[in-house]
Write a protein that binds this ligand. Structure first.
Ligand SMILES: C[S@@+](CC[C@H](N)C(=O)[O-])C[C@H]1O[C@@H](n2cnc3c(N)ncnc32)[C@H](O)[C@@H]1O
Length: 242
């Protein structure tokens, strides 16, 4: 068992990691992006500094920056200890060691917190939680979800995953989800049935290998795109009612 967590933890990645794990091209960065379950990632802060636009959504954003830091501090030692106890479960190419991992996560948190109040004021950090979000249909071009769906399959049901994917497809024409493994390094049991249901509705759903792997074997992203002959909402509604 690579990692056992009682709850979904506020651990955040950097923009460089997001670019690798979502294969974000220079063109992608210019799109209207929503990043769901974004937590204390520094993606939004770094994107904003670079002149790009992204909206981050997470239930965590009902808390202050200081509260989010406290939540991170409460879990970081336990997570790093579990990583140290299972060195073969991780690929030490991007993060070179458990201490390097800790430093990277701290850096992301610091970048996030430094940007958080400005971002909340500007509407870049929005409180919201899957499987229902309050934004209008099709307002985004790219919908991202890193280290939440599939990863927490032991905590969240198949129905939750299905409704969440429907909701993300309602918001934008392309959805990308990474990773497809659970916390214990198994391909999520939800992946195959979800792929069947999505494809049966005419969505194009591809599993692509990414140039990023930290969980051993966790280097695949799910990309889902709509077909132009059918509106996202009608397809999503059909999917949800099946
Ligand atoms: C492990 S963190 C991932 C953070 C970021 N996406 C990354 O990869 O660096 C998981 C995040 O999921 C958020 N979360 C928990 N329940 C959620 C829900 N129902 N909808 C959206 N996000 C949720 C948590 O608050 C947490 O910030």
């Amino acid at each position: 068992m690579a990692m056992q967590l009682d709850a979904i933890v506020p651990f955040g990645r950097s923009m460089d990691e997001y670019r690798r794990l979502f294969a974000l091209s220079d063109e992608d960065l210019k799109k209207r992006i929503v990043s769901i379950a974004d937590g204390p990632a520094s993606f939004n802060a770094e994107m904003t500094r670079g002149g790009f636009a992204v909206v981050s959504v997470d239930p965590l954003y009902s808390y202050s920056g200081a509260d989010i830091e406290r939540r991170f501090d409460a879990v970081v030692d336990g997570i790093i200890s579990q990583v140290k106890a299972t060195p073969a479960d991780w690929v030490w190419s991007y993060h070179r060691s458990p201490e390097h991992l800790r430093a990277s996560r701290h850096q992301a948190l610091r970048d996030f917190v430094a940007d958080y109040d400005d971002g909340r004021r500007d509407g870049r950090y929005l409180v919201g939680e899957l499987p229902r979000l309050k934004y209008p249909d099709g307002v985004f071009e790219l919908v991202l979800c890193s280290h939440f769906l599939f990863l927490y399959s032991a905590h969240l049901s198949y129905e939750f995953h299905k409704a969440s994917v429907v909701e993300m497809l309602r918001l934008g024409s392309e959805v990308r989800i990474f990773p497809l493994l659970t916390l214990d390094l198994q391909v999520s049991p939800y992946l195959a049935p979800l792929l069947s249901e999505i494809r049966a509705l005419g969505y194009v759903a591809d599993i692509e290998e990414m140039p990023y792997e930290f969980q051993r074997g966790g280097r695949h992203m799910l990309r889902i795109r709509g077909m132009p002959d059918c509106s996202p909402m009608s397809r999503a509604t059909t999917f949800f009612n099946r």
